[in-house]
Design a protein around this ligand. Sequence first.
Ligand code: BTN
Length: 247
Amino acid sequence: MKFSTNLLGKNFHHLPTVDSTQNFLKNLLKTNQAPIGTLILADHQQTGKGTQGRSWFSLPNPQLMFSLLIKPHLAPQKLPLINILCGILMAKSLEEFNVHAMIKWPNDVYIDGKKVGGILSELTDGKIVLGVGINVEATSKDFPAELEHIATAVSLHAPNPVDRHELLNQFLIRLEEALEWKPDDLISFCQREFEKRWIYRGEKIQILQDSRILQGISHHITSSGALELITDTGVEKIIGGTISPLL
Ligand code: BTN
């Protein structure tokens, strides 16, 4: 498989099955076998990892599930911005296929109110092991009962078939370009594009954190990728938690 990039995906492993592409890439990294840009693509994962210790469900057909080693020109505390950047770039890549995707802060990609994919970035030794999972080809029957009403696949919304390799290629082209930008340009791109695609823009939301529940309205993110929530008592910078709409 060829990608239209110079660095990302030059060292490429396509695996029919693996426990998790994240683990596979981290093991390569430990043994000095993973230069920046190393890409691991899997057709199936046995124990795919999601954020917050959750698992990532493997659908019956091969989907887009990959891990990529990157080294952005950003301070480590701006890592959340990378999730947002990748969500935006995936949404832009999907636009090439006439599919309109949105972002659910901090790391989910949504189509029509349902999750179509997610981003997991893990910092190792100043480098980021970026994991992306997108459901490309599925019917609603392919999802287990607990996901049926909250998850979706690109094929359920696209006017024409979407080739997962071409979707990956589109994403890599955009990411390779974005990683060359100066930090300030990358930050303003993320802030601007996030505002266009944030699923709860202008809506009242609730954020569930370990010891508290916050309510408010949010329009944008800070330069570190934190969500700015306007509450009755002031502006809170949110760096984690589970968001839901307040009906
Ligand atoms: C999330 O929404 O919780 C993030 C999901 C990330 C899933 C991808 S699939 C490829 C890579 N390998 C993994 O084990 N996880 C990520």
